[in-house]
Ligand binder design. Structure first.
Ligand code: DLL
Length: 431
């Protein structure tokens, strides 16, 4: 079953469509977005001579920093009155990236999510429990609109409160669960604690994304919850979820290529890697109205899986995301940059410019511990003063990052010193 006929387009026809849409997008952004007009001009790009898809390599890249420099609305290609929805990726003010959608963008997005759900086996008769956060994060609303578009019955429960999730799953006869893969395992743990046998539930499908996971985790989720577990990928800057998703072959993610032009490049040379080699995924949107991006460097690492897929879809597949080229961490599905933490920590009186971030997965839940050196007068002071400081740091970090952390004050000069760039992040998670 496919959601729409584009998914089975012949390669030549797809390339023609991509080129037509690309040309249209490039002319639009050059007209509407000063950033693109300037970068195209600087790079000497002549859009009139744009003959084929390969010409994309003449265009400059767009980075997260470019989006930040244009905070909040500088990259929008339509007036704000035409924008019907705004989302934002995590980050402190000025660090966050703000993205917008026109009414048409929401229709496109919903259709692409309906494709992803259909690929994963979900249909109009399913009961879909969406346990992603609803809010500025694109996960909740993105999947929600798509599941409604599909005609499924949607339970917008949002994230958290695992016992309630399970209760609803039992009472409402949920057939498809949508959340992060680590949260699926947490749900399985709590079910076990409660003595609930997942085989007694109606659950059949699980669509998981927003953070990296592994085949081992897929096996564990599938076995413990008795479901088909598929991966789906996206990022706020490009649209949110809906960029790519797995079909029931569970062997790589079909990219919605009629809406996104992808390149896989060597992150150093920024030249294309050999087909099938790992590189950085770079995406150009082909149909977005409010927030088109040209050659956006996702920093996500993956490779193309060149063989045709037995499911009959012609859109190429990428392998699950295997890593990143920058230091972004994903903690409980929330994107966190060490520099964000650093700027908050160093802003607090009594801290020293030395810290470590330790990330562990305890009972299938990410735990981030921030270890920070503090001046002697605080470290050796009464417990109360220390506790006040810990609480203050915790609160500031939680409100800025959108995720709770543990804080441990340590004595001056107790953390390892580095020459040059310090290895301050100790990620102990084993996926
Ligand atoms: O995480 C969008 C999303 C929501 C995708 C729900 C799938 C499901 P951001 O918060 O902007 O958007 O984070 C995007 O998360 O660049 C990847 O590094 C990572 N990521 C997203 N999906 C996957 C995945 C959403 N399936 C960043 N596997 C991306 C690995 C993923 N990493």
């Amino acid at each position: 079953m496919v959601w729409d006929k584009h998914e089975q387009m012949a390669t030549g026809a797809l390339a023609d469509l991509q080129l037509e849409r690309l040309r249209f997008t490039l002319h639009r952004v050059a007209r509407q977005v000063p950033f693109y007009r300037n970068t195209f001009k600087q790079a000497g790009v002549d859009l009139e001579s744009f003959a084929g898809l390969n010409d994309i390599r003449r265009l400059p890249f767009t980075t997260k920093q470019d989006l930040r420099n244009n905070y909040p609305y500088g990259m929008f290609a339509v007036p704000l009155r035409d924008v019907v929805r705004i989302h934002s990726s995590s980050g402190t003010t000025g660090m966050a990236t703000v993205v917008g959608y026109t009414q048409n963008d929401i229709v496109t997005w919903s259709n692409l999510i309906a494709r992803i759900l259909t690929m994963a086996g979900v249909g109009p008769n399913d009961v879909v429990q969406i346990a992603f956060g609803y809010g500025l994060f694109t996960g909740g609303f993105g999947l929600h609109y798509g599941a409604e578009r599909l005609g499924a019955s949607v339970i917008p429960i949002s994230s958290g409160n695992t016992r309630r999730q399970i209760q609803i799953m039992q009472d409402f006869k949920t057939t498809a669960l949508v959340c992060t893969p680590s949260y699926a395992l947490k749900i399985a743990d709590v079910m076990m604690d409660l003595g609930i046998n997942p085989n007694g539930l109606s659950l059949r499908y699980g669509l998981f994304g927003a953070e990296p996971w592994s085949e081992k985790m897929r096996r564990e989720i599938s076995e413990r919850l008795g479901i088909i577990a598929t991966d789906n990928y996206g990022l706020s800057e490009v649209m949110g979820p809906g960029v790519a998703g797995e079909c029931q072959e569970c062997n790589g993610l079909h990219v919605n290529e009629d809406h996104f032009l992808i390149e896989i490049l060597d992150p150093q040379s920024l030249e294309p890697v050999e087909p099938g080699e790992i590189g950085e995924l770079v995406i150009t949107t082909l149909t977005k109205e409010a927030f088109p991006v040209i050659r956006y460097r996702t920093r996500d690492l993956t490779r193309l899986l060149p063989e045709p897929c037995p499911c009959g879809r012609t859109f190429r597949r990428i392998e699950r995301i295997t890593g990143r080229t920058d230091d972004m961490l994903i903690i409980k599905g929330v994107n966190v940059f060490p520099t964000q933490i650093e700027s908050i920590l160093f802003d607090i009186e009594g801290t020293q410019p030395h810290y470590n971030l330790v990330i562990e997965r305890e009972n299938n839940e990410d735990k981030l511990t921030v270890m920070i050196e503090v001046v002697e007068s605080i470290f050796f002071d009464e417990m109360k003063k220390q506790r006040t400081m810990v609480d203050l740091i915790k609160k500031r970090l939680a409100s800025e990052l959108g995720v709770g952390v543990r804080v441990k004050l340590v004595e001056e000069r107790s953390l390892e010193r580095f020459n040059g760039k310090g290895a301050r992040v100790i990620d102990k998670r084993q996926l």
